[in-house]
Design a protein around this ligand. Structure first.
Ligand code: GDP
Ligand code: GDP
Length: 468
Protein backbone atom coordinates (compact mmCIF):
# COMPACT_ATOMS: atom_id res chain seq x y z
CA UNK A 1 0.00 0.00 0.00
CA UNK A 2 1.32 3.39 -0.94
CA UNK A 3 0.11 6.87 -0.29
CA UNK A 4 -0.89 9.59 -2.73
CA UNK A 5 0.72 12.98 -2.91
CA UNK A 6 -1.03 15.93 -4.54
CA UNK A 7 1.03 18.86 -5.75
CA UNK A 8 -1.02 21.94 -4.92
CA UNK A 9 -0.33 25.62 -5.52
CA UNK A 10 -1.10 28.56 -7.71
CA UNK A 11 -0.10 28.48 -11.39
CA UNK A 12 3.56 28.68 -12.28
CA UNK A 13 5.07 27.68 -8.93
CA UNK A 14 6.63 24.58 -10.50
CA UNK A 15 4.17 21.75 -9.86
CA UNK A 16 4.60 20.15 -13.27
CA UNK A 17 8.36 20.46 -13.06
CA UNK A 18 8.35 18.62 -9.74
CA UNK A 19 5.89 16.09 -11.06
CA UNK A 20 8.24 15.32 -13.94
CA UNK A 21 11.12 14.91 -11.57
CA UNK A 22 9.24 12.56 -9.25
CA UNK A 23 7.65 10.50 -11.99
CA UNK A 24 10.82 10.39 -14.01
CA UNK A 25 9.12 10.53 -17.38
CA UNK A 26 8.39 13.73 -19.14
CA UNK A 27 4.64 13.30 -19.00
CA UNK A 28 3.36 16.68 -17.93
CA UNK A 29 3.76 19.67 -20.17
CA UNK A 30 5.84 22.50 -18.78
CA UNK A 31 5.45 26.01 -20.02
CA UNK A 32 6.60 29.44 -18.97
CA UNK A 33 3.23 31.04 -19.46
CA UNK A 34 0.68 30.55 -16.74
CA UNK A 35 -2.59 29.37 -18.12
CA UNK A 36 -1.46 26.72 -20.57
CA UNK A 37 -4.12 24.06 -20.60
CA UNK A 38 -3.06 20.79 -19.12
CA UNK A 39 -4.73 17.60 -18.01
CA UNK A 40 -4.71 16.34 -14.49
CA UNK A 41 -1.73 14.06 -14.35
CA UNK A 42 -1.19 11.06 -12.22
CA UNK A 43 1.93 8.95 -12.13
CA UNK A 44 4.00 6.62 -10.02
CA UNK A 45 6.35 8.79 -8.00
CA UNK A 46 9.74 7.64 -6.81
CA UNK A 47 12.02 9.31 -4.38
CA UNK A 48 14.89 7.22 -3.09
CA UNK A 49 13.30 4.15 -1.58
CA UNK A 50 9.80 5.66 -1.48
CA UNK A 51 6.99 4.81 -3.90
CA UNK A 52 3.76 6.78 -4.08
CA UNK A 53 1.14 8.13 -6.44
CA UNK A 54 1.69 11.73 -7.51
CA UNK A 55 -1.13 13.96 -8.68
CA UNK A 56 -0.23 17.10 -10.55
CA UNK A 57 -3.13 19.49 -10.03
CA UNK A 58 -1.80 21.99 -12.58
CA UNK A 59 -4.44 21.06 -15.16
CA UNK A 60 -7.33 21.92 -12.89
CA UNK A 61 -6.49 25.59 -12.91
CA UNK A 62 -7.91 26.11 -16.35
CA UNK A 63 -10.79 23.69 -16.02
CA UNK A 64 -13.59 26.24 -15.84
CA UNK A 65 -14.47 29.82 -16.59
CA UNK A 66 -15.25 30.54 -12.99
CA UNK A 67 -13.58 33.21 -10.92
CA UNK A 68 -10.06 32.57 -9.80
CA UNK A 69 -11.14 32.01 -6.26
CA UNK A 70 -13.85 29.58 -7.29
CA UNK A 71 -11.43 27.57 -9.35
CA UNK A 72 -8.85 27.49 -6.60
CA UNK A 73 -11.35 26.39 -4.06
CA UNK A 74 -12.49 23.58 -6.30
CA UNK A 75 -8.95 22.57 -7.06
CA UNK A 76 -7.96 22.52 -3.44
CA UNK A 77 -11.04 20.71 -2.25
CA UNK A 78 -10.50 18.04 -4.83
CA UNK A 79 -6.84 17.60 -3.96
CA UNK A 80 -7.69 17.40 -0.30
CA UNK A 81 -10.39 14.84 -0.94
CA UNK A 82 -8.22 12.66 -3.13
CA UNK A 83 -4.79 12.81 -1.60
CA UNK A 84 -3.27 11.42 1.54
CA UNK A 85 -0.72 14.22 1.55
CA UNK A 86 -0.84 17.65 -0.06
CA UNK A 87 2.45 19.23 -0.98
CA UNK A 88 1.66 22.93 -0.97
CA UNK A 89 4.12 24.66 -3.27
CA UNK A 90 5.18 28.31 -3.23
CA UNK A 91 7.49 30.22 -5.54
CA UNK A 92 10.22 31.29 -3.10
CA UNK A 93 11.39 33.99 -5.50
CA UNK A 94 7.99 35.62 -5.57
CA UNK A 95 7.46 35.32 -1.80
CA UNK A 96 4.03 34.68 -0.31
CA UNK A 97 1.29 36.21 -2.48
CA UNK A 98 -2.35 36.80 -1.51
CA UNK A 99 -3.28 33.84 -3.71
CA UNK A 100 -0.91 31.64 -1.70
CA UNK A 101 -2.54 32.87 1.51
CA UNK A 102 -5.90 31.80 0.18
CA UNK A 103 -4.63 28.33 -0.58
CA UNK A 104 -3.00 28.09 2.82
CA UNK A 105 -6.24 28.95 4.57
CA UNK A 106 -8.13 26.23 2.75
CA UNK A 107 -5.41 23.65 3.29
CA UNK A 108 -5.03 24.48 6.96
CA UNK A 109 -8.70 23.81 7.53
CA UNK A 110 -9.29 20.83 5.32
CA UNK A 111 -6.18 18.80 4.65
CA UNK A 112 -5.17 15.73 6.58
CA UNK A 113 -1.47 16.15 5.93
CA UNK A 114 0.13 19.23 4.46
CA UNK A 115 3.77 19.67 3.63
CA UNK A 116 4.94 23.12 2.64
CA UNK A 117 7.53 23.52 -0.09
CA UNK A 118 9.30 26.70 -1.16
CA UNK A 119 10.25 25.99 -4.76
CA UNK A 120 12.73 27.82 -7.01
CA UNK A 121 14.87 28.01 -3.90
CA UNK A 122 18.20 27.68 -5.68
CA UNK A 123 20.49 30.60 -4.86
CA UNK A 124 20.08 33.37 -2.33
CA UNK A 125 17.34 35.26 -4.22
CA UNK A 126 14.93 32.87 -2.55
CA UNK A 127 15.88 33.43 1.10
CA UNK A 128 13.37 36.18 1.82
CA UNK A 129 10.50 34.17 0.36
CA UNK A 130 11.45 31.13 2.38
CA UNK A 131 11.28 33.04 5.63
CA UNK A 132 7.97 34.61 4.67
CA UNK A 133 6.69 31.07 4.21
CA UNK A 134 7.08 30.35 7.93
CA UNK A 135 4.33 32.89 8.51
CA UNK A 136 1.77 30.65 6.81
CA UNK A 137 1.54 28.49 9.91
CA UNK A 138 2.08 25.29 7.98
CA UNK A 139 5.36 24.34 9.56
CA UNK A 140 8.82 24.57 8.17
CA UNK A 141 9.03 25.02 4.42
CA UNK A 142 11.04 22.44 2.52
CA UNK A 143 13.52 24.27 0.32
CA UNK A 144 13.21 22.87 -3.18
CA UNK A 145 14.45 23.49 -6.63
CA UNK A 146 12.31 21.25 -8.79
CA UNK A 147 14.21 22.37 -11.84
CA UNK A 148 17.66 21.64 -10.46
CA UNK A 149 16.73 18.68 -8.27
CA UNK A 150 17.78 20.35 -5.04
CA UNK A 151 16.10 19.64 -1.71
CA UNK A 152 14.88 16.23 -2.78
CA UNK A 153 16.47 14.65 0.27
CA UNK A 154 14.55 17.00 2.56
CA UNK A 155 11.35 16.15 0.75
CA UNK A 156 12.26 12.50 1.21
CA UNK A 157 12.84 13.03 4.92
CA UNK A 158 9.47 14.74 5.28
CA UNK A 159 7.66 11.99 3.40
CA UNK A 160 9.43 9.16 5.16
CA UNK A 161 7.34 9.11 8.36
CA UNK A 162 4.17 9.19 6.28
CA UNK A 163 5.38 6.35 4.12
CA UNK A 164 6.32 4.36 7.20
CA UNK A 165 2.96 5.03 8.80
CA UNK A 166 1.11 3.91 5.68
CA UNK A 167 3.24 0.79 5.43
CA UNK A 168 2.53 0.06 9.08
CA UNK A 169 -1.14 0.59 8.51
CA UNK A 170 -1.10 -1.86 5.61
CA UNK A 171 0.74 -4.37 7.78
CA UNK A 172 -1.84 -4.02 10.53
CA UNK A 173 -4.66 -4.37 8.03
CA UNK A 174 -6.55 -1.54 9.59
CA UNK A 175 -7.33 0.67 6.62
CA UNK A 176 -10.07 2.58 8.44
CA UNK A 177 -7.58 4.17 10.84
CA UNK A 178 -6.62 7.68 9.90
CA UNK A 179 -2.98 8.49 9.76
CA UNK A 180 -2.31 11.98 10.92
CA UNK A 181 1.23 13.00 11.45
CA UNK A 182 0.94 16.73 11.58
CA UNK A 183 2.30 16.94 15.10
CA UNK A 184 5.33 15.02 14.10
CA UNK A 185 6.00 17.07 11.00
CA UNK A 186 5.39 20.52 12.33
CA UNK A 187 8.19 22.53 13.70
CA UNK A 188 6.85 24.43 16.65
CA UNK A 189 7.90 28.01 16.90
CA UNK A 190 7.61 27.86 20.68
CA UNK A 191 9.78 29.74 23.07
CA UNK A 192 10.33 26.88 25.46
CA UNK A 193 13.82 25.53 25.39
CA UNK A 194 13.34 21.83 25.56
CA UNK A 195 15.71 19.87 27.70
CA UNK A 196 18.14 18.19 25.35
CA UNK A 197 17.13 14.63 24.84
CA UNK A 198 19.33 12.87 22.32
CA UNK A 199 16.62 10.41 21.49
CA UNK A 200 13.72 12.83 21.29
CA UNK A 201 13.42 12.91 17.52
CA UNK A 202 14.12 9.23 16.97
CA UNK A 203 11.30 6.74 16.88
CA UNK A 204 10.79 3.39 15.24
CA UNK A 205 8.71 5.16 12.61
CA UNK A 206 11.42 7.70 12.08
CA UNK A 207 14.78 6.07 12.59
CA UNK A 208 17.90 8.16 12.72
CA UNK A 209 19.26 8.34 9.20
CA UNK A 210 22.97 7.74 9.03
CA UNK A 211 25.35 7.57 6.10
CA UNK A 212 28.77 5.99 6.49
CA UNK A 213 30.96 7.43 3.77
CA UNK A 214 34.63 7.46 2.93
CA UNK A 215 37.11 6.23 0.41
CA UNK A 216 37.14 2.57 -0.65
CA UNK A 217 38.84 0.32 1.91
CA UNK A 218 38.35 2.77 4.76
CA UNK A 219 36.41 -0.01 6.47
CA UNK A 220 32.78 1.01 5.92
CA UNK A 221 31.44 -2.48 5.41
CA UNK A 222 33.51 -3.86 8.28
CA UNK A 223 32.05 -1.15 10.51
CA UNK A 224 28.45 -1.75 9.52
CA UNK A 225 28.95 -5.49 9.87
CA UNK A 226 30.37 -5.01 13.33
CA UNK A 227 27.37 -2.92 14.33
CA UNK A 228 25.07 -5.58 12.94
CA UNK A 229 27.04 -8.17 14.83
CA UNK A 230 27.16 -10.52 11.92
CA UNK A 231 28.85 -10.83 8.59
CA UNK A 232 25.80 -10.10 6.59
CA UNK A 233 26.81 -7.63 3.96
CA UNK A 234 29.87 -8.86 2.22
CA UNK A 235 30.44 -12.50 2.87
CA UNK A 236 28.42 -15.64 3.24
CA UNK A 237 25.66 -17.08 1.08
CA UNK A 238 23.60 -13.91 1.14
CA UNK A 239 26.37 -11.83 -0.37
CA UNK A 240 24.87 -9.19 -2.58
CA UNK A 241 21.48 -9.09 -0.91
CA UNK A 242 21.86 -5.42 -0.19
CA UNK A 243 22.85 -4.64 -3.75
CA UNK A 244 19.56 -3.11 -4.76
CA UNK A 245 18.59 -1.72 -1.41
CA UNK A 246 19.25 1.91 -0.78
CA UNK A 247 19.28 1.59 2.98
CA UNK A 248 19.52 -0.86 5.81
CA UNK A 249 17.33 -0.69 8.89
CA UNK A 250 19.23 -1.52 12.09
CA UNK A 251 18.86 -1.10 15.82
CA UNK A 252 22.13 -0.04 17.34
CA UNK A 253 21.99 -0.27 21.11
CA UNK A 254 18.21 0.12 20.96
CA UNK A 255 18.31 3.21 18.77
CA UNK A 256 16.50 2.67 15.48
CA UNK A 257 18.67 3.73 12.59
CA UNK A 258 18.56 3.61 8.84
CA UNK A 259 22.03 3.28 7.40
CA UNK A 260 22.41 4.39 3.81
CA UNK A 261 24.11 2.13 1.43
CA UNK A 262 27.38 3.03 -0.18
CA UNK A 263 29.37 0.99 -2.64
CA UNK A 264 31.78 -0.18 0.00
CA UNK A 265 28.95 -1.92 1.77
CA UNK A 266 28.03 -3.87 -1.31
CA UNK A 267 29.71 -6.82 -2.81
CA UNK A 268 32.94 -5.58 -4.29
CA UNK A 269 33.16 -5.13 -7.99
CA UNK A 270 36.11 -6.82 -9.60
CA UNK A 271 37.25 -3.77 -11.46
CA UNK A 272 38.87 -1.32 -9.09
CA UNK A 273 38.21 1.76 -11.19
CA UNK A 274 34.58 0.90 -11.31
CA UNK A 275 34.47 0.66 -7.55
CA UNK A 276 36.12 4.04 -7.16
CA UNK A 277 33.55 5.62 -9.40
CA UNK A 278 30.68 3.89 -7.69
CA UNK A 279 31.70 4.81 -4.22
CA UNK A 280 31.90 8.52 -4.98
CA UNK A 281 28.48 8.60 -6.59
CA UNK A 282 26.90 6.47 -3.90
CA UNK A 283 28.59 8.42 -1.14
CA UNK A 284 27.07 11.58 -2.55
CA UNK A 285 23.66 9.98 -2.69
CA UNK A 286 23.96 8.65 0.85
CA UNK A 287 24.88 12.11 2.13
CA UNK A 288 21.77 13.59 0.56
CA UNK A 289 19.52 11.15 2.37
CA UNK A 290 21.24 11.24 5.76
CA UNK A 291 20.71 13.27 8.89
CA UNK A 292 24.09 12.37 10.34
CA UNK A 293 27.04 11.66 8.07
CA UNK A 294 29.87 9.56 9.48
CA UNK A 295 33.01 10.26 7.51
CA UNK A 296 35.13 7.19 8.00
CA UNK A 297 38.85 7.80 7.52
CA UNK A 298 41.62 5.27 7.27
CA UNK A 299 44.14 6.26 9.97
CA UNK A 300 46.98 5.47 7.59
CA UNK A 301 45.71 7.68 4.77
CA UNK A 302 43.38 10.23 6.34
CA UNK A 303 41.84 13.24 4.63
CA UNK A 304 42.19 12.03 1.08
CA UNK A 305 40.68 14.25 -1.59
CA UNK A 306 37.64 11.99 -1.74
CA UNK A 307 37.11 12.30 2.03
CA UNK A 308 37.40 16.07 1.79
CA UNK A 309 34.92 16.19 -1.03
CA UNK A 310 32.40 14.15 0.94
CA UNK A 311 32.93 16.25 4.06
CA UNK A 312 32.41 19.42 2.10
CA UNK A 313 29.26 18.04 0.52
CA UNK A 314 27.90 17.02 3.94
CA UNK A 315 28.44 20.57 5.17
CA UNK A 316 26.85 22.16 2.12
CA UNK A 317 23.87 19.83 2.36
CA UNK A 318 23.50 20.87 5.99
CA UNK A 319 24.08 17.46 7.55
CA UNK A 320 25.42 16.78 11.03
CA UNK A 321 28.91 15.33 10.74
CA UNK A 322 30.95 12.90 12.81
CA UNK A 323 34.50 12.11 11.76
CA UNK A 324 35.60 8.59 12.67
CA UNK A 325 39.21 7.50 12.26
CA UNK A 326 39.32 3.78 11.64
CA UNK A 327 41.98 1.06 11.98
CA UNK A 328 43.12 2.57 15.27
CA UNK A 329 44.17 -0.95 16.34
CA UNK A 330 47.22 -0.84 14.07
CA UNK A 331 48.31 2.61 15.22
CA UNK A 332 51.42 2.61 17.39
CA UNK A 333 51.97 6.25 18.31
CA UNK A 334 48.35 7.06 19.12
CA UNK A 335 48.96 10.38 20.87
CA UNK A 336 51.19 11.72 18.14
CA UNK A 337 48.79 10.54 15.47
CA UNK A 338 45.83 12.11 17.19
CA UNK A 339 47.55 15.49 17.43
CA UNK A 340 48.44 15.26 13.76
CA UNK A 341 44.87 14.35 12.82
CA UNK A 342 43.43 17.24 14.79
CA UNK A 343 45.79 19.65 13.12
CA UNK A 344 44.91 18.37 9.62
CA UNK A 345 41.24 18.46 10.45
CA UNK A 346 41.33 22.12 11.45
CA UNK A 347 43.43 23.08 8.48
CA UNK A 348 41.61 21.06 5.81
CA UNK A 349 38.04 21.23 7.03
CA UNK A 350 37.56 24.59 8.79
CA UNK A 351 33.90 24.53 7.75
CA UNK A 352 33.34 21.55 10.08
CA UNK A 353 34.90 23.22 13.09
CA UNK A 354 34.03 21.48 16.31
CA UNK A 355 32.75 18.30 14.70
CA UNK A 356 33.53 15.27 16.87
CA UNK A 357 36.58 13.22 15.96
CA UNK A 358 36.33 9.65 17.22
CA UNK A 359 38.95 6.93 16.88
CA UNK A 360 37.61 3.44 16.25
CA UNK A 361 38.54 -0.01 15.18
CA UNK A 362 35.81 -1.53 13.06
CA UNK A 363 37.72 -4.79 13.25
CA UNK A 364 37.92 -5.15 17.04
CA UNK A 365 34.91 -3.02 17.89
CA UNK A 366 36.87 -0.63 20.07
CA UNK A 367 35.53 2.91 20.14
CA UNK A 368 32.13 1.96 18.73
CA UNK A 369 30.37 3.04 21.93
CA UNK A 370 31.91 6.47 21.58
CA UNK A 371 30.92 6.58 17.93
CA UNK A 372 27.35 5.70 18.89
CA UNK A 373 27.26 8.51 21.45
CA UNK A 374 28.81 10.99 19.02
CA UNK A 375 26.14 10.18 16.41
CA UNK A 376 23.33 10.76 18.91
CA UNK A 377 24.89 13.97 20.19
CA UNK A 378 25.41 15.31 16.66
CA UNK A 379 21.81 14.52 15.81
CA UNK A 380 20.64 16.28 18.95
CA UNK A 381 22.63 19.42 18.18
CA UNK A 382 21.35 19.39 14.64
CA UNK A 383 17.78 19.44 16.01
CA UNK A 384 18.44 22.08 18.66
CA UNK A 385 16.31 25.18 19.06
CA UNK A 386 17.39 28.31 20.93
CA UNK A 387 14.62 30.51 22.36
CA UNK A 388 14.36 33.99 20.86
CA UNK A 389 14.71 35.73 24.22
CA UNK A 390 18.03 34.03 24.96
CA UNK A 391 19.19 34.69 21.43
CA UNK A 392 18.60 38.41 21.73
CA UNK A 393 20.30 38.74 25.10
CA UNK A 394 23.19 36.99 23.48
CA UNK A 395 23.07 39.29 20.44
CA UNK A 396 23.33 42.44 22.52
CA UNK A 397 26.27 41.02 24.44
CA UNK A 398 27.94 40.12 21.15
CA UNK A 399 27.44 43.58 19.61
CA UNK A 400 28.68 45.23 22.79
CA UNK A 401 31.83 43.14 22.85
CA UNK A 402 32.46 43.78 19.19
CA UNK A 403 30.28 46.36 17.41
CA UNK A 404 29.21 45.71 13.84
CA UNK A 405 31.10 47.50 11.06
CA UNK A 406 30.23 51.07 10.09
CA UNK A 407 30.82 51.28 6.33
CA UNK A 408 30.64 54.87 5.10
CA UNK A 409 30.65 56.08 8.69
CA UNK A 410 27.18 54.71 9.43
CA UNK A 411 27.10 51.81 11.84
CA UNK A 412 24.96 48.82 10.82
CA UNK A 413 22.23 48.25 13.38
CA UNK A 414 21.43 44.69 14.34
CA UNK A 415 17.74 44.65 15.27
CA UNK A 416 17.01 41.15 16.45
CA UNK A 417 17.59 37.51 15.78
CA UNK A 418 15.37 34.48 15.75
CA UNK A 419 15.92 30.82 15.01
CA UNK A 420 13.81 30.06 11.98
CA UNK A 421 14.65 26.42 11.51
CA UNK A 422 16.40 23.32 12.78
CA UNK A 423 18.01 20.36 11.01
CA UNK A 424 20.44 22.17 10.66
CA UNK A 425 19.93 25.22 12.87
CA UNK A 426 19.14 28.34 10.82
CA UNK A 427 18.94 31.86 12.21
CA UNK A 428 17.47 35.04 10.78
CA UNK A 429 19.13 38.32 11.69
CA UNK A 430 17.20 41.52 11.04
CA UNK A 431 19.44 44.51 10.48
CA UNK A 432 19.88 47.77 8.61
CA UNK A 433 21.81 47.45 5.33
CA UNK A 434 22.23 43.64 5.33
CA UNK A 435 24.32 43.78 2.15
CA UNK A 436 26.95 45.82 3.99
CA UNK A 437 27.41 43.28 6.78
CA UNK A 438 30.71 41.68 5.87
CA UNK A 439 31.69 38.04 6.00
CA UNK A 440 34.02 38.41 8.94
CA UNK A 441 31.25 39.81 11.14
CA UNK A 442 28.90 37.06 9.97
CA UNK A 443 31.55 34.51 10.89
CA UNK A 444 31.97 36.14 14.29
CA UNK A 445 28.24 35.65 14.92
CA UNK A 446 28.13 32.07 13.62
CA UNK A 447 31.17 31.03 15.64
CA UNK A 448 29.67 32.71 18.68
CA UNK A 449 26.38 30.84 18.24
CA UNK A 450 28.30 27.61 17.94
CA UNK A 451 30.35 28.21 21.07
CA UNK A 452 27.76 29.85 23.31
CA UNK A 453 24.87 27.51 22.58
CA UNK A 454 26.96 24.35 22.42
CA UNK A 455 26.38 23.49 18.78
CA UNK A 456 29.64 21.87 17.68
CA UNK A 457 29.95 20.15 14.36
CA UNK A 458 26.67 21.17 12.88
CA UNK A 459 26.40 23.49 9.92
CA UNK A 460 24.82 26.74 11.09
CA UNK A 461 22.94 28.88 8.60
CA UNK A 462 22.67 32.63 9.10
CA UNK A 463 20.21 34.56 6.97
CA UNK A 464 20.53 38.31 7.14
CA UNK A 465 17.50 40.38 6.24
CA UNK A 466 16.96 44.09 5.97
CA UNK A 467 14.80 46.11 8.31
CA UNK A 468 15.15 49.83 8.85
P1 GDP B 1 3.04 24.85 -12.60
O1 GDP B 1 2.17 25.81 -13.32
O2 GDP B 1 2.92 25.03 -11.12
O3 GDP B 1 2.87 23.41 -13.01
O4 GDP B 1 4.56 25.27 -12.95
P2 GDP B 1 5.58 24.65 -14.02
O5 GDP B 1 6.13 23.36 -13.54
O6 GDP B 1 4.94 24.69 -15.37
O7 GDP B 1 6.76 25.73 -13.91
C1 GDP B 1 6.55 27.10 -14.20
C2 GDP B 1 7.87 27.74 -14.58
O8 GDP B 1 8.76 27.75 -13.47
C3 GDP B 1 8.60 27.01 -15.70
O9 GDP B 1 9.21 27.98 -16.51
C4 GDP B 1 9.65 26.20 -14.95
O10 GDP B 1 10.78 25.96 -15.75
C5 GDP B 1 9.99 27.12 -13.79
N1 GDP B 1 10.50 26.39 -12.64
C6 GDP B 1 10.01 25.25 -12.08
N2 GDP B 1 10.76 24.86 -11.04
C7 GDP B 1 11.76 25.77 -10.92
C8 GDP B 1 12.87 25.90 -10.03
O11 GDP B 1 13.13 25.09 -9.14
N3 GDP B 1 13.66 26.99 -10.21
C9 GDP B 1 13.43 27.90 -11.20
N4 GDP B 1 14.25 28.94 -11.30
N5 GDP B 1 12.42 27.78 -12.06
C10 GDP B 1 11.58 26.73 -11.94
P1 GDP C 1 35.14 -0.43 2.61
O1 GDP C 1 35.60 -0.48 1.20
O2 GDP C 1 35.20 0.97 3.14
O3 GDP C 1 33.81 -1.06 2.83
O4 GDP C 1 36.23 -1.24 3.46
P2 GDP C 1 36.19 -2.73 4.05
O5 GDP C 1 35.27 -2.82 5.20
O6 GDP C 1 35.99 -3.68 2.94
O7 GDP C 1 37.67 -2.83 4.64
C1 GDP C 1 38.81 -2.73 3.82
C2 GDP C 1 39.94 -3.49 4.46
O8 GDP C 1 40.31 -2.87 5.69
C3 GDP C 1 39.60 -4.93 4.79
O9 GDP C 1 40.71 -5.71 4.53
C4 GDP C 1 39.31 -4.89 6.28
O10 GDP C 1 39.56 -6.12 6.92
C5 GDP C 1 40.26 -3.82 6.75
N1 GDP C 1 39.79 -3.15 7.96
C6 GDP C 1 38.56 -2.58 8.14
N2 GDP C 1 38.49 -2.05 9.39
C7 GDP C 1 39.66 -2.31 10.01
C8 GDP C 1 40.17 -2.01 11.31
O11 GDP C 1 39.53 -1.39 12.19
N3 GDP C 1 41.44 -2.39 11.58
C9 GDP C 1 42.19 -3.07 10.66
N4 GDP C 1 43.41 -3.41 11.01
N5 GDP C 1 41.73 -3.35 9.42
C10 GDP C 1 40.48 -3.00 9.09
Amino acid sequence: MTFSLALVGRPNVGKSTLFNRLVGKRLALVDDRPGVTRDLREGEGRLGDLRFTVIDTAGLEEATDESLEGRMRKLTERAVAEADVCLFMLDARAGVTPTDELFAGILRKGAKNVLLAANKAEGSAADAGIFEAYGLGLGEPIRLSAEHGEGMSDLHAALMPLADAYAERAANEAPETDVTLRDDLEDEDGEDFEAPNPRAAITAARPLQVAVVGRPNAGKSTLVNKILGEDRLLTGPEAGITRDAISLRIDWKDVPMRVFDTAGMRRKAKVVEKLEKLSVGDGLRAVKFAEVVVILLDAEIPFESQDLRLADLAEREGRAVVVAVNKWDVEEDRQGKLAELKESFERLLPQLRGAPLVTVSAKTGRGLDRLHDAILKAHDVWNRRVPTSRLNQWLSAMTEAHPPPAPGGRRIRLRYMTQAKTRPPGFVLMCSRPEALNDSYRRYLVNGLRADFDMPGTPIRLFVRGQG
